[in-house]
Every structure is written in C-alpha cells, then in structure tokens.
Design a protein around this ligand. Sequence first.
Ligand SMILES: [Zn+2]
Length: 336
Amino acid sequence: MPAAVIRIATFAVLLALGAAAHAQAPAASATRTSARAPVAPPPTIDVWPVRDNIYMLVGAGGNTTVQVGPDGMLVVDTKLAVGGEALLAALRKISNAPIRYVVNTHHHGDHVGGNAVIASAGTTVAGGNVSGTIGDASKGAAVIAQENVLARMVASMPQPAFTAWPTDTFIDGHKDLYFNGEAVQILYQPKAHTDSDSMVFFRKSDVIATGDVFTTTGYPVLLPNDGGSIQGVIAALNRIIDLTVPADKQEGGTMVIPGHGRLSDEADVVEYRDMVTIIRDRVKSMVAMRMTLQQVQAAQPTRDYDARYGATTGFWTTAQFVEAVYRNLMEEKNGG
Ligand SMILES: [Zn+2]
C-alpha cells in the first residue's frame, strides 16, 4: 500500500475515533507522496529520553511513555492500532527487557490501539511465560486501566481483540505499583477529557504522563458521550500543578509528558490551565447573562487564544470546544 493510502487510512481511523485534533496533519503528506512505493513504510516513531530510565515515544497516535529497568518495561499508552508493530520495534531499540505492564490513560483508539501487539509481546511478573506469546492474554503483560476503559472498549464497535482489553482495572482513587525501584502511581481523574482518564506519576524519576487531560496541541477535547467535562479538565490540570515542582526560575523540575504534543514542565501546564480557566469563566459569565449558544459563539470567548490553540477544520474545532463548554456549564447551572 502506498504511503499516501496508509496515511489516509490512519486519518480514517482517527475520524472514526473523533481524535483527529490530536493527529499529525495527513493532508499535506497525502498530496506530497505518490503511488510509487509498493509497501507502506511503518509509521515513524521518535524516541526521546526524558530522564533516567524514562522515555517519551512520539508519533502514530498519542504519546507513549516507557519506564525500563531490572524488573522489565512499563509502557503507558500504545498509540493507534496501525502503529502497534512500529511501537514494539521502537521499544526493542530501547531495551530487550520483558514488557511487564501496559497502562492506558483512557479508552481512545490513539492510546490503546497497539495494546494487543504490546501486551502479547510481554509477560506478567507472576506469569513468567516466554516473550512473544501471541493470542493468550493470561500470558501477556498486565494491562492496567480505570474500569471505564474496559467498559468502553467492550462496548465499542468494532470491538477490539480480547488481547487488547485491560486485565487489571481499578475503580476510583488510584492504583500503586512499585516497579524498577520506583513508586508508580496511576491517578484517576473523574469526568475530565473522558470518564476513563488516569495520569501516571513516576515518583522517583519525577515525571508525569498525563494522557489527554493535558495536550500542547489544541483546546481540551470533550467529545459528546465520552463523559468528560470542562470542570474535570481544570481539576486535572490543577492536580498536575499540585504534583509538579519547578526547578530554578520556574523552569524544569518535574517533567510532564502530555497526551499529544511536546515535553513540558509546570510552567507550560500553568499557562494552559490559565487559558482553559479564563475561557471557562468567560463562557460562564455569558451563561449567567442567559446568552444563547449562538450568541456565545458570536462573542468569540476564545478569540485571543485561537492563533495558538484554535482550529476551524478537523475533528475538534474551536466552535465544537465552545459548544462543549457552553453545554457543560448550562447543565451545571440547571443543576445537572
Ligand atoms: Zn483522547
């Protein structure tokens, strides 16, 4: 399949997921590439060392975070299904250590798509099977997620393979692991980007993988029927700010790996939190003035941020964002 076709196929998958706001722009590459290549090249995945034994893997969907050491490998998010094999190859370039855990930050297909490939290539700490076992989830790596990830994957059509499903779910609060000499906390964030969000805090390395409650690429994505909310996103951003500690001159310190976009620190999250909070407050005051959605859209409550975060095309436009915030706040006002 030519590169253009696979790019478009990726785009179609994202369309179905409603996650294209997070995707690399496929249109430009589609016009640039021709039909000369008989075999599609694998999606490009870049490996960025973050700190000590933590890596950030960029491309083919949401960002992936990897922690590796004597106990094996822990992988946070597995990108699009089309990127699963490329992700596995990228992991193997970092280390041949056994993949022990996969953690999913939420249920979207650009974060869980490679689960089957990655989990099947791994082994549980207790199970001790040979690496590379296919088709037997009990012998693969454990897949940890908040229980709504499993519920939403099971309910989705087409249903992902059984080997992709979380094997180890938790309900509220958090789940703790001690892995590679480090406390790892999986922190549930209710009703944020979705109703299945968790952040992963590597306490010794001082790195947080946030999933899509924080991205550097656009406004918060609050798709209808995903169970997210603007207030939940702000709560999640404030929690990241609580957990992060900056180094000198408010730079560096705790590193923050967003769901999409570039490696960040506390100052980046503060800037984003302020932006989201200001827009929320503007829309809230418009709701209090009983403005209709049409009037709120006309008033352009995001105008000064649109050059940086806005979109007029694609899956998650500025108008969709404003509408989601408006509907959330209307529900809140009406006691919903
Ligand atoms: Zn998402």
